[in-house]
Write a protein that binds this ligand. Structure first.
Ligand SMILES: Cc1ncc(C[n+]2csc(CCOP(=O)(O)OP(=O)(O)O)c2C)c(N)n1
Ligand SMILES: [Mg+2]
Length: 366
């Protein structure tokens, strides 16, 4: 397995930012092999498969966006490890609160991939059953999903259940008040919640150094009296350990954990974004060596857990699944006008009534 290329600068792989973060794949070869061989039977392949499926979804979604089949799309290339590890380290009864960046996590719990794709197509048929998959609707307003997760976790504790809730977010999401209020409340009510912050160093075009004066986002946990841990976001095995430990804390009645998954946004913010306008493409190229699927696969083969051919088969079947999902989108009927507001209000206000929406004077695009 090739070693990660070291570049200078505090925000580079191998630089200050990554110093001391929990890592399995970054350990010396003998230790890394030992750790992988000690994993529960089949876990490495399950993690790899989940990452491969997320990767195939993401790649297909970008193609569908370019073809005009879906509208805008926020790619998560490079963040598959955090997402796959989170889902697999939790029980299926635990709640997930994704943002736009983790828009396909419900597919790892059986939700058809067409659902999130239809959502990006603007078709309400893409609203999956949140109770069935224990996955909240993807959240676009930054940080508002943190208090939602605290509510779900607190509620489960009050009912005497053992479920935990995990909310995803980014470096930028640690600035708004919702994040701080959620951390504080969760600590005070001992809510079994995990705040999983992926520090990809960018909030659209704002670098993390301009976002906050805290170098290690996990340090923000100190202000609320909760543990803050740091983990390599490109290392699916380290992410798995971190989430499993945080979930165990929550279930043991010890309350919330903040996990900072440290990495770099390898792609654009969204399909309408052009990062070369505001950051050095060379830097992204250097971080690309940390890409989690290839990195995990190489280490698994090196440890004798699997073969390159077996991994290729996993990737091919994930791609085939996604081709099928993408092909079905255009056949899904466009819903009736009134369905658009169906799940927004308990009772639909007159401003969104079918009669009003069909008024010739109603403002329309174009
Ligand atoms: C409350 C709110 N303010 C601003 C925006 C516009 N916006 C969308 S994504 C984003 C950046 C978020 O960055 P980060 O939290 O680091 O997550 P990432 O996109 O890197 O996953 C912003 C400012 C928004 N969606 N919601
Ligand atoms: Mg970010």
């Amino acid at each position: 397995m090739s070693e990660i290329e070291l570049v200078s600068g505090p925000d580079a792989p191998g630089g200050e930012l990554m110093a001391g973060v929990a890592s399995v794949l970054g350990a010396p070869a003998a230790e890394r092999r030992r750790s992988l061989r000690q994993l529960p039977q089949g876990l490495a392949l399950r993690l790899y498969t989940a990452m491969a499926r997320l990767r195939a979804f993401d790649e297909r979604a970008v193609i569908l966006q370019r073809q005009g089949t879906i509208g805008t799309y926020p790619p998560y290339y490079g963040e598959e490890a955090v997402q796959a590890a989170s889902v697999l380290a939790l029980d299926d009864r635990d709640w997930l609160f994704p943002t736009y960046r983790q828009n396909a996590v419900a597919t790892l719990r059986g939700c058809p991939p067409e659902s999130p794709l239809l959502l990006w197509r603007g078709n309400p048929a893409g609203w999956y059953d949140v109770h069935r998959y224990r996955t909240a609707p993807i959240c676009v307003p930054v940080a508002t999903n943190y208090p939602h997760a605290v509510g779900a976790a607190w509620g489960s504790r009050l009912r005497g259940e053992s479920t935990v809730a995990l909310a995803f977010g980014g470096d930028g999401s640690t600035s708004p008040g919702d994040f701080h209020e959620a951390c504080n409340l969760a600590a005070v009510v001992v809510a079994p919640v995990i705040f999983l912050v992926t520090n990809n160093q960018w909030a659209i075009s704002t670098p993390v150094q301009q976002q906050t004066k805290v170098t290690r986002l996990a340090d923000k946990a100190t202000a609320y009296g909760i543990p803050g841990v740091r983990v390599d976001s490109f290392d699916v095995f380290a992410c798995y350990e971190a989430v499993a430990a945080a979930a165990a804390r929550g279930r043991a009645g010890l309350g919330p954990t903040l996990i900072e998954a440290v990495g770099y946004r390898l792609g654009p913010h969204g399909t309408a974004d052009e990062p070369s306008l505001y950051r050095d493409p060379e830097r992204a190229r250097l971080w690309a060596g940390m890409e989690p699927l290839g990195r995990a696969g190489a280490a698994m083969v090196d440890a004798g857990l699997t073969t390159l051919e077996a991994l290729e088969e996993i990737r091919e079947s994930a791609v085939a699944e996604m081709l099928l999902a993408g092909d079905q989108l255009e056949a899904v009927p466009v819903p009736e006008l009134e369905e658009i507001a169906d799940r927004v209000h308990l009772s639909t206000p007159w401003t969104l009534s079918p009669d009003h929406l069909r008024e010739p004077s109603y403002p329309r695009a174009g």
